[in-house]
Design a protein. Structure first.
Length: 206
């Protein structure tokens, strides 16, 4: 049976439009670090690098050597961990040119470090994207988090973060760090800003 993240992992990707606590397990990702304004044209090169690798894994069953444990699945959504450069954190407005980010796409359990390296080398032969050299394959274990579904423009996310932080205060939870994760359920290239669906998540402690 095909693995569908929208069905098997609803708790991770289809959260409610109000805050909830979730324990996020360790998962493997192709990831790439960057900085600057995500509205710059070059930002799409980061996304293209990750998707080219992810779809290469998805189609690897057609290669001469099928990966051990391969199963059919839907490619996972794009995610990002976002932060600000130190000098921009105390400003009254968000300077997007000072953003620091790690973009990533989750990979299924059968992807090993060796397979990931092989996939990167194969794609580099076919694609001219120089950012492929910056892609890493790592595991991340977020653990206890608060998350909610934000519906609307990315610029309106602070409203949802305020709701999440109020939820933490009311439930004895402490936000561990200012960085946060975004999971892009909608395709921003095809969706009106007011209809975008983005899971917002940050780590907490009791």
């Amino acid at each position: 049976m095909k693995y569908e993240w929208r069905k098997q992992d609803k708790n991770l990707y289809l959260s409610k439009s109000k805050p909830e606590v979730i324990d996020v397990p360790a998962m493997n990702y192709f990831m790439i670090d960057g900085k600057g304004n995500p509205n710059d044209p070059s930002f799409s090169d980061y996304i293209e690098a990750l998707y080219s690798l992810s779809y290469a894994v998805r189609m690897s069953y057609k290669s001469e050597i099928v990966p051990e444990g391969y199963y059919e699945y839907t490619v996972f959504p794009l995610e990002g961990i976002w932060d600000l450069a130190e000098e921009a954190r105390d400003k009254e407005f968000l300077d997007k040119n000072k953003l620091i980010y790690t973009l990533m796409i989750r990979q299924p359990e059968f992807v090993t470090e060796k397979l990931a390296r092989d996939i990167i080398e194969r794609v580099k032969i076919k694609k001219s994207n120089k950012l492929l050299d910056k892609v890493k394959f790592n595991s991340i274990h977020e653990g206890l988090c608060v998350q909610m579904m934000h519906i609307g423009s990315y610029d309106d996310e602070p409203k949802s973060f305020r709701i999440m932080e109020e939820y933490c205060m009311a439930n004895g939870l402490i936000r561990k760090e200012k960085t946060h994760r975004e999971i892009y359920i909608s395709d921003f290239r095809k969706t009106q800003p007011e209809k975008l669906k983005t899971v917002l998540r940050f780590k907490v402690t009791i």
